[in-house]
Each structure stands twice: as structure tokens, then as C-alpha cells.
Design a binder for this molecule. Sequence first.
Ligand code: NAG
Ligand code: NAG
Ligand code: NAG
Ligand code: NAG
Length: 478
Amino acid sequence: MAEIESPRKPHAIMISFHLQGHIIPFVNLAIKLASKGFTITFVHNEFIHHQISKSQYNSTQVDIFSEARNSGLDINYTTISDGFPLEFDRGGNLNQFAESFLIDFPTRVDEFVGKILHSQSSSSYNYFLIADTLCVWPAKIAKKYNIVNVSFWTEPALVFSLYYHLDLLRKNGHVPANGLEENITYIPGIQSISTKDFMSYLQGSESTIIHTIMFAAFEEVKNADFILCNTVQELEAEAVSALNENQPFYAVGPVFPTDFSESTVARSLLPESDSTEWLKTKSPGSVLYVSFGSLAKIDEHVILEVAEGLLLSEVNFLWVLRPGTVSCDDDEILTVGYKNRIKDQGLIVPWCKQNLVLSNPAIGGFLTHCGWNSILESIWCGVPMICYPLFTDQITNRKLVVDDWKIGINLCGGISVSREEVAEKIKILMGGGKSDGLKEEMKSVRNMMQNALDGSSERNFDQFLKDLKAKILSKTKD
Ligand SMILES: *[C@@H]1O[C@H](CO)[C@@H](O)[C@H](O)[C@H]1NC(C)=O
Ligand SMILES: *[C@@H]1O[C@H](CO)[C@@H](O)[C@H](O)[C@H]1NC(C)=O
Ligand SMILES: *[C@@H]1O[C@H](CO)[C@@H](O)[C@H](O)[C@H]1NC(C)=O
Ligand SMILES: *[C@@H]1O[C@H](CO)[C@@H](O)[C@H](O)[C@H]1NC(C)=O
């Protein structure tokens, strides 16, 4: 009797990008895809695996996806080396690391993918690639192995559009912006944006290896079969539909864990403090949450003014002050004297489970660096923001929050930060009266996002899966 050939299962190879803000949604995406019945091979860079597993389990011999697998998801977890020893200081040698990421790492990924494709079990699967848009290796590898490639963008569609239309911006002399302030109206899907709101990489004329990677990535993404974006269609309708005219572009955000405040898969590079007990002592909506994210460095002067501004405001605060915020060895930015003055008003922790904090009823506002994950999470919890963007997309994200959606305010009008202004903005955000409008807008934006979760984002994701399967089938017939 002839054997009936079983259909091959779609199998995603997902190699994460090594930054915290990218790892979080990428892991969430893997879980979402697996919960739709896909098989996944999830791959972290070895040093990322070590950092996550050490900080979360105090052991590097763990499979951080085992709990997800036990719950029935078909996710195989492994690691890939970037060629540097674990103890190599990647941040401190950024140029060397980035150059290797651009030139050497693609070869490693090539070998890795080749091995999977030639392994024994490979005849049961149709493989495809999902990579962060900032990865510069997918084009070469997808082409070589003739597999479908999906690009995942972890920032808003607005930011994607600006990078995507870099040539147009250059032709018009608006990139580099070089401190000029002009409103741009010719980017498809963007009504108007000031050059001052461009991402930091479009601002100056300097050209670092990071610029090279960003720009190369946006050349390559133009060939991706599909692009997924961690945004909400209703929030960026025009930008999303304009992009969709060029390439299949799906707004599938927010890509959150199934249980918003507790993920089964560890994703944090740093140990997380639990402040639940302290928050219990505070009344609803009375605490300002303060965090400048996982990556950027800040002037010591700014930290000290924020510190004084917090005390002056007399508002309760939970402040995530990550070691390394000012410099590599800044363990004690704030003096013991300062910490004694805080008393019950505030709590300072090195890192936290942000989703758990934001969803705590005691939290009434968020002083944020405007990282995209932070913004999505804050909206999800209905928490209005004070914005202090530092670099990269954060500058552009601020425009969405403050100017377009009106769910946040700026920390400072000018360039310098003063304690008086910090205190004033905190009082505006946390007090009644002036912030009522913000709270109303936040309600409607939050509703839009919550509706999208079972609405547009789910529909777009299902459409993506349908288109993906068709594409995979057409490939295998080539
Ligand atoms: C982590 O593991 C090491 C060695 O296995 C042990 O000495 C240390 O006490 C552990 N630390 C914590 C915080 O559990
Ligand atoms: C998981 O991936 C590793 C590395 O690619 C491979 O050696 C192993 O066979 C895979 N396991 C399963 C169950 O597919
Ligand atoms: C993606 O795959 C297509 C073919 O399906 C190929 O032409 C293209 O170069 C690949 N691009 C990227 C960015 O991987
Ligand atoms: C840009 O547009 C904003 C909002 O409409 C306006 O307030 C601002 O003056 C404009 N800037 C320039 C340089 O034209």
C-alpha cells in the first residue's frame, strides 16, 4: 500500500536580536506563533542566554522555553555564538562587536540554518525565517536556501516609514536634519512630522557602524516576503496602509504574553525586584513609575535633577535606576543622604517586572524614556506618561504619545532639565484638573488597543498566516 505523504509542517527559525527591547516582543511573537500550531526553533545569542538564565535562574544550564513546551507549545530552544567569548564586553567594544555582527555573524547564521535544513527531521518541515528587521543576515540566507523570510519590526510604523523612505528624505535634503527644523509632508502615510522628531540616527551627519547597520537593514527589508509590525492598526492607520502598498505589512500589535503580567518564558537580562508589597501601602493611582529603559545612558546632572524634582513634587514614586545608567561603574549615583530623605515617599530598585508594576492599581503615571515596549505597556494599563526620550526611535515615539495621541506630556520644554520643572510636570500629571484631558484621551486610546487585540491585530495575524502558508506552498513547488 502506498504511503500517504504527510504534509510538511511550517517551522519558523527565529534568531533573536541581542537587545532587551527587541527580545521581549520577539519571544512573545514566538509564543503567539507556536500557539497557532507552528513549530519554532528559537535561538538566542549565547551571551544573551547566559545573561537571562543567570539573572532569572542562577544557572546557565536551563532551557528557558521548557515551561512553554510543557504547556504544549512546539518550541525547540538553542543558542548561537557571535564569535566572542562570553566575558567579552560587547557594550564597551561596540564598534568591534557591531562590525562583527555585520560581517562575521551572517556566516555563522548561514552554517546554523544549513545544519537545520540538512538535519534528519528536516523532511517533516517547511522552514522559514523570522528575523528582527535590524538583522542584516536574512536576505543572503533566504536567497541561498530559497526559504520564505519574515521581518519583524518592534517599533511603530511611523519610525519604519521614515527609515523606509530614507532616499526620499536625503533627496529633499532633510536627512541628515542637522538641527534644522522643518515640517515634512511628503512621506506617504505621514501627514506631517517635524525634522526635530526624526530618530537620532537621521539627525546628525556622523556615520557610525550602527548607522551602517540601520541603513543596510532597511535596504534589505525591501525584499522581505512579509513584514510584521508591533503596532495597532487603528493607532497608525495611514502609515500602515501606505506601507502596505509597497509590501505585505501587517499591524499585529501589541504582541504581549498571554498573561500580561507574568510570562512563562524568562526574557529579562537583569534580575527583577518585586515591589508589590510596597505598592500595596499606596493608594490607587498615587504612585509615579519612573524608568529610563534598558539601554541608554543619561547625564548625571539629569538624574540628580530628576531625583530632586521627585522629592519636591511630594508624589509617591517607584524608580527603576539600573546600574550603568550614567556610566559603566555608577553603582552609587544617589547619595545615602538623598536616599534617607526619600523615607516612605519612594522606592528605588535596580530593575523590575515592568508589566507587573504598570498593571498595579497604585500606579497613576509613568515617567518614561519612550521606548516602544514601555509605551505599548503603559497604554495597555491606561497609565498616562511624562516623556523624556533619549535617542533612536524614542524621539519619534514621543511625537505619537504627546502630539498625536495626547496621552502624555513633555518633561522639559528646553534642552536642560531642572528640578522645578520636573516637580511641576509630575504634579500636573498626577494631580487632578489639568490632566483630566490626558486621562480621557488615554481611555479612548486604551480601548482602541484592547479592541485590536481580538480585532484588527488578530485578523491581521491570521491573514499573515494564510498568506505565509500560501507563499511557502508556492516556494516548494518552484
Ligand atoms: C547562585 O549559584 C551559586 C553557585 O551555584 C551559589 O553559590 C549562589 O549562592 C547562588 N546565588 C543565588 C542568589 O541563589
Ligand atoms: C533542536 O535544535 C537543535 C539545534 O538545531 C537540534 O540539534 C535538535 O535536534 C533539535 N531538537 C528537536 C527536537 O527538533
Ligand atoms: C526574502 O525572500 C525573497 C524570496 O522569497 C528574496 O527574493 C529576498 O531577497 C529575501 N529577502 C530578505 C530580506 O530576506
Ligand atoms: C510645524 O507644525 C507645527 C504643528 O502644526 C507648528 O506648530 C510649527 O510651527 C511648524 N513648524 C515649522 C518650522 O513650520
